[in-house]
Design a protein around this ligand. Structure first.
Ligand SMILES: C[S@@+](CC[C@H](N)C(=O)[O-])C[C@H]1O[C@@H](n2cnc3c(N)ncnc32)[C@H](O)[C@@H]1O
Ligand SMILES: [Zn+2]
Length: 358
């Protein structure tokens, strides 16, 4: 038998799905659950059980339910729990939607094959305080497979320079609407795009008025494929025109346009991840992002303006000195998050000598 090790858990992986590349996702999940003080947790789609087992042992969660529709996976989870001397765990062999429609948990974690969309409605009704979601269907979410994105998320994504954040905001938009249907509001605590997946951690609160307020954070975006400008809208408008160049724009949405990172929550999770360099780097970058939807791609702007790229930090300082907010973003190594319109960013790039004409 082939035994694997991840975190503090030794486990059998044969007979269920196990992706070692998701270790970083699980490392961060454990740190978030631990720093939030989660005490009652459902791993709705468990496979080998590695996520829920780590949550129990390293996350210090007292009540962990591990569920999978596959009887074979459930046998494996039970053996893996025993091997790690983790008692008091509950293993369930249910359809996750049936389980989540019949029971409530403080925290619900969705880590499906592909899209979490088929599970979001039940998870919204089951989660009392937290909902953690992984999505690996980045092509539909980010606009590369348009009709599939519209079907799964009831929103129109766009494949732009900032497609990774577009995907995150399409996913968050569906979560906000599913929660609102059951009179719940959400507050995204941490959202990241890593490798082939998106991951978000939501705080959930019950209350019709809170849900109404939460829905006010939804909106639309119109993008100009001629000059690269984008504008946020509260309501969609037909046949929009670019405010910068007057070209016809393309509409995306509905999207979550509210905050996606909470520094006060990410900070304590970071402390749990001391020594885990990739996780520290990622969370540090998320915590430093300013609250401004989407970003510009430094290299794309340089290409359009025929400039050689200068240092991004110099450009960010220049934008700040002009009164705009600006930061890097974990979504893209050459991304610039700012509340400045594209024309202002271009002016800063030309004016600051951030690039030279070729
Ligand atoms: C991507 S794997 C989960 C990986 C796991 N969370 C981890 O971190 O290693 C998805 C699992 O969902 C299970 N599954 C698929 N549809 C399900 C359903 N409707 N209800 C419960 N489990 C389901 C599959 O059997 C599979 O084991
Ligand atoms: Zn334009």
């Amino acid at each position: 038998m082939n035994l694997l090790l991840e975190g503090t858990i030794t486990f059998e992986g044969d007979g269920a799905f196990y992706n070692p590349r998701m270790k970083l996702n699980r490392d961060i999940g454990v740190a978030m659950a631990r720093s939030l003080g989660v005490s009652d947790y459902l791993d709705a789609l468990s496979a080998s059980g590695i996520r829920g087992l780590r949550m129990a042992k390293e996350g210090g969660i007292k009540k962990v339910v591990l569920n999978d529709i596959s009887p074979r996976a459930c046998e494996l989870i039970a053996r893996n729990a025993a091997r790690n001397e983790l008692e008091g765990l509950e293993v369930c062999n249910c359809d996750a939607n049936v389980l989540m429609h019949s029971r409530h948990f403080e925290a619900v974690d969705l880590d499906p094959f592909g899209s979490p969309s088929p599970f979001l409605s039940a998870a919204a009704s089951s989660a009392r305080s937290y909902l953690f979601i992984t999505a690996t269907d980045t092509a539909p979410l980010c606009g590369a497979h348009l009709s599939s994105g519209i079907r799964k998320y009831m929103a129109r994504p766009l494949n732009t320079d900032y497609h990774r954040e577009m995907g995150a905001r399409v996913l968050l938009g569906l979560a906000a609407r599913e929660l609102a249907r059951v009179d719940k509001a959400m507050q995204p605590l941490l959202t990241h795009a890593t490798q082939h997946y998106l991951r978000t951690y939501l705080r959930v609160c019950k209350g019709a008025a809170l849900a109404d307020r939460c829905l006010q954070e939804m909106g639309y975006l119109e993008h100009c494929f001629r000059c690269g400008s984008f504008h946020l809208l509260a309501e969609p408008r037909p046949e929009g025109r670019c405010r910068a160049c007057n070209e016809a724009t393309t509409l995306a949405g509905p999207l979550w346009l509210g905050k996606i990172q909470e520094q006060e929550v990410i900070g304590p999770a970071l402390e749990q991840l001391q020594g885990n360099r990739p996780a520290e780097k990622l969370l540090d970058s998320c915590a430093r992002e300013i609250d401004a939807p989407m970003y510009y791609d430094h290299h794309s702007i340089c290409e359009r303006l025929n400039l050689t790229p200068g240092k991004i930090e110099v450009l960010l300082d220049d934008l700040r000195s002009r009164g705009w907010r600006a930061s890097r973003t974990h979504f893209c190594g050459v991304g610039i998050k700012t509340d400045a319109p594209l024309r202002e960013v271009e002016a800063a790039m030309i004016g600051a000598g951030g690039g030279q004409n070729l």
